[in-house]
Structures are given as C-alpha cells and as structure tokens.
Write a protein that binds this ligand. Structure first.
Ligand SMILES: Nc1ncnc2c1ncn2[C@@H]1O[C@H](COP(=O)(O)OP(=O)(O)OP(=O)(O)O)[C@@H](O)[C@H]1O
Ligand SMILES: [Mg+2]
Length: 490
C-alpha cells in the first residue's frame, strides 16, 4: 500500500494559504489579514513535511525497586515481574496522513504515543527500537520537539480567558515573530479550527459559563498547533465529547492532515462511523501487539476474510473493539460451558485471549498489508537543525510579563477566589496581631527602671533572658507569617 502512496505527489500546501487570503475577514485582528502581514511567514514555516517511522519498538515495565508504603497503598507499579506493554511494533506515517491508534483500555496506546512523541515517560519503562524522522534517527535530532506538538487528553486552559486570548497568549509565548505575524497565526488557527464565531467567548468552567465542550477541545488543540507543528500527536481528543462535537473536532484534524499536509497521529476511543471514515491509516493494538496496520478502509474486508465479518449495520470500530476484547472470550466461554460469571476460569480465558491475539498477529504478518516501514516518501527531505521554521524560545522576562498579565486578568475576572483569599488573610492577620501585638515595641525593649536607674525585668529574669525572649517572639511572628504566605501560595 505504501508503495502506491510513495508515488503519490503530496498535496499543495501553498494553495491552502492562497485560498485563505480570499476568505471572509474576522472582527478582531482583521486588519492584519487585510494587510496580508505575516502570511508569508506562515507559508515559510509549513514547508517541512514529516514522516515518522518506528522500528521494532518494545517497551517493558520493570517492577519498582522501591518498596515504600505510599506505593504499596496506592497500588502504583506493584509489578512482581517485567510486563511487556508494547511488543515489537513497527510502522510509518507520512505527511498528509491521519493515523488512528485504536485498542481496548490498557492496550498500550498512550504508552506508544508518548514514546513516539518523545515525551518523558515513566522511569521504570525500558525501551528498545528506533524512531526515524524523515529517515534520520530521532535520538540524534536536537529540535524534534520544535516540529511536533502533543495535545493532552485533559484541557489546561484558564476558564476566564476567551478563545482568542488563549490562542494569542500561546502565540506570544511560543513564537518568536512580529506581533502582526502572531495575530495572523491566531486568525488562521481560529479559521482552521472553526472557532471564529466563539473567539470572544470565555472558556468557562464550574464558576463561569463558557464555550461548548467541542470548542474548548478545539481551543486546546489550537494552543498546541499555534507553532505550526508539522507533526501532531493527540491522546484521545474526543474523550468526553458527544458524537456531533467529536466529529467536528476530528474533522478539523482531518483537514489539517489532508489540506495542509501535516502528519497527524491520534489515539481514540470508539469513534463513530463518520470519524472512522476520516482516518487514512489505522493501527489496531491488542495487548501491545499490532494486529492491523494499514489503510483504514481496507480493515473491514481484511477481517472479513479472516472470518470476522462486520455486520453491515455495525460501526466497524465498535466491531473491532469487541473482536479484540477479552470480554468477548469470556462471554463465549460462559455460553459454551453454561456457567455463570462466578465460575469463569480466568487462566483458561487468558490463554484463549492470548491465542486469539496470536492468531490475528500471525495473519497480519503473513498478509500483503504489512507496510515496509523503512521506506521514505520521495518528496521527503531530511530535517536540518538550522531550518528557519524552528521556533526559538522567547526571552524569560517576556514570558514572565505574559504570565503575570494572564494571572492578573484571571484574578480580576474571577474575583470570587480573591474574596476567599482576602477573608482568609484578614482572619490570619487578626490572629497574628492578637498574639504578637507590639512585640519589640519601645516600652518592651526599654523596661522600666528603679530609682537607682536599674532596669526591672519581669518574672525575675536577667537582661540576657529578657532580650532573648523578645527576640524569640519577633522570630516566632516572622516564622508564622512566612509559613502562612507559603501555604497560601501552594
Ligand atoms: N509505568 C508503568 N508501569 C507499569 N505499568 C504501566 C506503566 N505505564 C503503563 N502501564 C501499563 O501498561 C498498559 C498500557 O497502558 P496505556 O496507558 O498505554 O494504555 P491505553 O491503551 O492508553 O489505555 P486507555 O485507553 O485506558 O487510556 C496498562 O496496563 C498500564 O497499566
Ligand atoms: Mg490512554
């Protein structure tokens, strides 16, 4: 399949931006589009096409060396022997392709995605295998993260900011360019992710009503895409969204791949049929093993030939999920043996499930669908470390100013939290005043004197004890106030 693709010329990225110039103008920041400023920069930065290839990846979780009480009680990493999470997995994804990684919970989707994206993964995971970016070893690349973006499953947006502000903040923080170029990028992102209509609506949260779930998700995708990455990783971008919103989010991502030649890799849970049709490539993972990796539209026929025919009325993805799930074996076993769930033989079921996966794996590797992962698309050029599309970090004082401004806005726009803090501070201040009132004041520091002019220290103390007491009281008040400020900051 890849051979056919390899001869296919990639889509013209330039054209996308040409057509963008003629599009309707936006209310805010529209002057920048009219002037056309910054678009040249956008064109320049999209020129790099990226192909990601991974060869024979194996990721194994090692049992924790530490035996501390907290790990034991939380159940974290209670492995007694090494556990293979990703089992000798290879594949490739090309520019313009939208690759979906699908599998049951615990199949290893996030672990694989994290490894491919170069994110820091747990210390106890041993990894072997190689990742190639445009044919070059990823480990030797200094700037891989500048070309790629990772959209996390959970949104990390400030509820008080508007959609446009979130994107503008990200553009200012991450891009080293003129202000006009940053605004042009924001406008482009709003348009691409279909956020123009809600650009001035706040994100919202428990205290403030804001944009819809889909718009929120698209905004967090936009925050990552603002640097114009050529390679995009997403971990379950549709989690928590209804079917319609999920489809619109995935449409945006599909457009990104198909119209702008980006390489998009996403894990996903239970996509509906419309979403399934958007995928160019499909990876089915079961217990860390690949049981299918090729064009998404060939999957139904392939499994049908193996005797697993998806009913016409079923969603192929739902069918694949049930086909790969351990629960289906449990049901069959319970039916065949006419026993209730309580009587299931877990070891037997585990063996049956392992056999099923081996059946799928062997058939896949015997089939013609196995992709020759090493092959690099003829249009792909190796990445250069001195490429001018690489984003340079903005200076720390500029970042500090932006963060301070954002926090200030957050406080002004969400005064409820400030009221709580103010009340707490007043109560604490009253306590401090009550206990430490006038500690170190002149009449304490200079005790009364007798007729002979000698100081009279209370409680029969001598001078040293008296002044040590005053000093300790001052120290105590300072300690109390410092602790209070620190705890508030946490
Ligand atoms: N650091 C680790 N140590 C031990 N086991 C781990 C570690 N990281 C992941 N695992 C295990 O590896 C398996 C795969 O985890 P992963 O998070 O990749 O699954 P997933 O396919 O993304 O699942 P989900 O769909 O629920 O997000 C799970 O069984 C998980 O418990
Ligand atoms: Mg996951």
């Amino acid at each position: 399949m890849l051979n056919e693709d390899a001869d296919t010329p990639l889509r013209d990225t330039q054209g996308v931006f040409e057509s963008m110039d003629d599009g309707p103008m936006m209310d805010v920041g529209a002057k920048y589009d009219t002037a056309g400023l910054g678009l040249e920069e956008i064109r320049k930065s999209t020129k790099q096409l990226m192909q990601l290839t991974w060869l024979d990846i194996e990721i194994t979780a090692q049992p924790s060396q530490k035996k501390c009480g907290c790990c034991a009680s939380s159940g974290a990493n209670m492995l007694t022997k090494p556990k293979v999470i990703i089992d000798h997995v290879s594949g490739t994804v090309q520019p313009g392709q939208f690759l979906a990684i699908i599998g049951a919970s615990g199949a290893g989707k996030t672990t694989l995605l994290n490894f491919l994206s170069g994110r820091e993964i747990s210390q106890n995971l041993d990894r072997t295998g190689k990742i190639l970016v445009n044919g070059s070893d990823k480990d030797t690349m200094k700037n891989f993260s500048s070309y790629s973006a990772y959209v996390q499953q959970d949104d990390i947006l400030f509820q008080t900011m508007t959609v446009r502000e979130c994107l503008t903040f990200a553009a200012r923080l991450k891009l080293q360019a003129r202000e006009e170029e940053k605004i042009a990028r924001v406008n482009h992102m709003l348009k691409t992710l279909k956020l123009v209509k809600c650009q001035n609506t706040r994100i919202g949260g428990p205290l403030v009503k804001g944009v819809s779930g889909g718009e929120r998700k698209r905004t967090s995708i936009g925050v990552e895409l603002i640097t114009d990455p050529n390679l995009v990783f997403l971990d379950e971008p549709t989690t928590g969204l209804d079917s319609f919103t999920a489809t619109s989010v995935m449409e945006s991502l599909s457009d990104l791949a198909s119209k702008e030649n980006r390489t998009v890799i996403s894990t996903i849970h239970q996509p509906n049929t419309d979403i399934f049709d958007m995928f160019d490539r499909l990876v089915l993972l079961a217990r860390g093993k690949i049981i299918y990796f090729n064009r998404a539209d060939l999957a139904v026929d392939y499994f049908s030939n193996l005797g697993y025919t998806c009913p016409d009325t079923s969603n192929p993805c739902d069918y694949f999920m049930s086909m790969m799930s351990k629960e289906s074996i449990e049901l069959d076993y319970a039916d065949e043996n006419a026993i209730g769930e309580a009587g299931l033989d877990n070891q037997k079921i585990d063996e049956e499930y392992e056999k099923l996966i081996i059946f799928f794996v062997e058939n896949y590797f015997k089939s013609e669908l196995v992709c020759p992962a090493e092959q690099v698309h003829p249009d792909i050029v190796p990445l250069r470390d001195d490429d001018d599309s690489i984003q340079v970090q903005t200076p720390w004082f500029y970042q500090y100013k932006l963060l301070a401004t954002r926090n200030f806005l957050n406080v002004v726009r969400l005064p409820q939290t400030s009221y709580v803090k103010l009340t707490t501070t007043c109560v604490t201040a009253t306590f401090v005043a009550f206990f430490f009132w006038q500690v170190g004041a002149a009449h304490y520091v200079n005790p009364p004197v007798n007729s002979a002019g000698e100081a009279i220290y209370p409680n029969g103390e001598n001078a040293s004890q008296y002044y040590t007491g005053i000093f300790q009281n001052i120290q105590g008040s300072l300690f109390f106030m410092t602790m209070n400020v620190t705890m508030n900051a946490i």
